[in-house]
Write a protein that binds this ligand. Structure first.
Ligand SMILES: [Zn+2]
Length: 241
């Protein structure tokens, strides 16, 4: 049976697998982080996965975006990822959204039980944060650049992305500008997929901000607190408005 190794795992079990098979997750950004997340979640039997990405696959993406291969260069990422994931698991529902999320179209994600933030776009992260707080949908932020990555689980009523990160003008350190080693997004993507399963199964999830530098094998958990002056937590939308 396809999921037998998860069902015999005490932390998931038969009931847990049934929950996963009925769950819907949206993955925003099917790049390096998203490639790892969607493959793991498709293989784990997540019932419905919504893939959100507007880009076309470029040759240099193959260095780290594991859901694609050479035949896919030039193709629309969301649609191609859907095709490739169906070859991995034809029993689940996969929906490709060839869009860049913005305040006018993000409502399409409202049926999700969880949103995975796999984008390298800072404004998209703040948008996902506000939308998730408004709709009370948990989301998991992941980021990776150079040799480092970070992850934060954001659940309704708890510390949010805006509590921890401020919008900084000209903050554009991405893989495109400063490069990236291909192992770090795989690690962070795998951690995001694991946290997704834990949150969907209502297990104890990681509350600290996780930071990892794969070059030095430096793993840190940083305690983060809710900011009482956080605009997002106080419903003062900066992007959704
Ligand atoms: Zn907040």
């Amino acid at each position: 049976m396809r999921y037998s190794r998860q069902i015999i795992l005490d932390k998931i079990g038969k009931k847990g697998q049934q929950i996963l098979c009925k769950s819907c997750v949206a993955v925003v950004g099917i790049g390096a982080l998203g490639s790892t997340c969607v493959q793991l979640l498709a293989r784990a039997g997540l019932g419905k996965i919504i893939l959100v990405d507007k880009d076309k696959l470029e040759l240099h993406n193959l260095q780290r975006q594991l859901v694609y291969n050479e035949d896919d260069v030039g193709k629309i990422k969301a649609l191609q990822a859907e095709t490739n994931l169906k070859k991995i698991n034809s029993e689940i529902e996969i929906i490709a959204e060839n869009i860049t999320i913005n305040k006018n179209n993000i409502d399409q994600l409202k049926e999700s039980d969880l949103i995975l933030g796999c984008t390298d776009n800072l404004e998209s992260r703040f948008l996902i944060n506000e939308f998730s707080l408004k709709k009370k949908i948990p989301w998991i932020h992941g980021g990776a650049v150079k040799t480092t990555g970070n992850l934060l689980n954001i659940l309704p009523g708890e510390v949010c992305f805006r509590c921890v990160f401020s919008p900084v003008k000209n903050f554009n350190e991405t893989a495109d500008t400063v490069g990236i080693i291909n192992s770090i997004p795989v690690i962070i993507g795998a951690l995001q997929a694991t946290q997704a399963i834990k949150i969907l199964l209502k297990k104890e999830y990681e509350k600290d901000l996780i930071y990892f530098d794969v070059w030095n094998n430096e793993f840190n958990k940083i305690n983060v607190k809710k900011n009482k002056n956080c605009p997002a937590c106080n419903g003062k939308w900066e992007i959704l408005k």
